[in-house]
Design a protein around this ligand. Structure first.
Ligand SMILES: NC(=O)c1ccc[n+]([C@@H]2O[C@H](COP(=O)([O-])OP(=O)(O)OC[C@H]3O[C@@H](n4cnc5c(N)ncnc54)[C@H](OP(=O)(O)O)[C@@H]3O)[C@@H](O)[C@H]2O)c1
Length: 279
């Protein structure tokens, strides 16, 4: 507990996708441990409300609206948050969406959006803070991938591919930064109970982890500088073992799984387009 507090005390933590779900749970967790948290997402009312909630508990918190698909918007947001809180020491590139991309009713626009948020959004977030971290030779880069990075899945071709790309992106950064003071952590969760999960899935899915529990696991991995966090481990090993099966058999088995459902949260929202922020 004391170690945890020592790691996070006054640390400047920027989190994308902090308006709901896992990002919000991470913001609450880090803030409770003493960090100064900067919240980034598009929904201004939510960012404002969450920031007010955290500020009432003491400690520092600030928010800035940005669409992670836009490098310029994100750069403005990170610059404003660093001005308010200090240089970023932990970047958690968490913003992500799930869109259905079933091959039988293919929608290129949906696939493009998945890559723009889940991959370009992570690249943009890292790009905003990495030069500063390299200069100071310290910091933590964290991105939220998924267990679906390890396998194809019905209706989720673009989502799986985007998460695999994030995994490899961080693998490469970790190699480049191996002799530096910067730690790189890839997080691959299974199902986490957030607004990304539909009510039917919530009722049916096994191994659904709550967002606060997932945030606690992720924070512990960041504190320890772990290169990779996967959970639940049973699901991870099942997917890795399944990967050893012949493709035709694997496709048949996975093809029997129900498609993941799209929720309203992942659908298109306009880019913020306005520079709104507060602390
Ligand atoms: N839930 C799961 O089972 C699960 C499993 C594995 C991995 N993950 C990953 O965990 C991460 C968090 O997802 P979640 O489950 O917490 O879902 P969520 O509750 O829907 O949260 C997604 C967050 O991303 C933000 N976001 C989406 N598009 C954005 C954009 N263009 N620009 C800026 N922010 C954007 C949303 O904020 P605004 O709409 O306000 O912008 C929201 O704060 C995602 O990367 C997801 O892929 C989730």
């Amino acid at each position: 507990m004391e170690n945890r507090r020592a790691f996070w005390r006054e640390k400047v933590v920027l989190i994308t996708g902090a308006s709901s779900g896992l990002g919000l749970a991470l913001a609450r967790h880090c803030h409770a441990a003493g960090a100064r948290v900067g919240l980034i997402a598009r929904r201004v009312e939510l960012l404002q409300a969450h920031c007010e909630e955290l500020s009432r508990q003491g400690g520092r918190c600030a928010w800035h609206a940005a669409d992670v698909r836009s490098r310029e918007e994100l750069e403005r947001a990170v610059a404003a948050l660093e001005l308010a809180l200090g240089p970023c020491e932990v970047m958690i590139a968490n913003a992500g969406i799930y869109r259905r991309t079933n091959a039988t009713c293919w929608a290129t626009a949906a696939a493009e959006d998945v890559f723009a948020v889940n991959l370009a959004g992570v690249v943009n977030a890292i790009g905003c803070v990495l030069p500063g971290m390299v200069e100071r030779d310290r910091g933590n880069i964290v991105a939220i991938s998924s267990l679906l990075a390890f396998s194809g899945y019905p209706g989720a071709a673009a989502y799986s591919a985007s998460k695999m790309a994030v995994l490899r992106l961080l693998d490469g950064l970790r190699i480049d930064l191996r002799k530096s003071g910067i730690r790189v952590t890839t997080v691959c969760p299974g199902y986490v109970d957030t607004p990304m999960i539909t009510d039917r899935e919530r009722a049916e899915l096994r191994s659904l982890v709550s967002a606060p529990i997932a945030a606690k696991k992720i924070a512990a991995a960041i504190e320890a500088g772990r290169p990779m966090l996967v959970f639940p481990r049973s699901m991870y090993w099942l997917l890795r073992l399944a990967g050893l099966l012949p493709y035709r058999l694997l496709d048949t088995i996975l093809g029997r799984q129900p498609e993941l459902e799209e929720t309203q949260t992942s659908r298109e929202r306009p880019s913020t387009g306005i520079e709104e922020h507060g602390d």
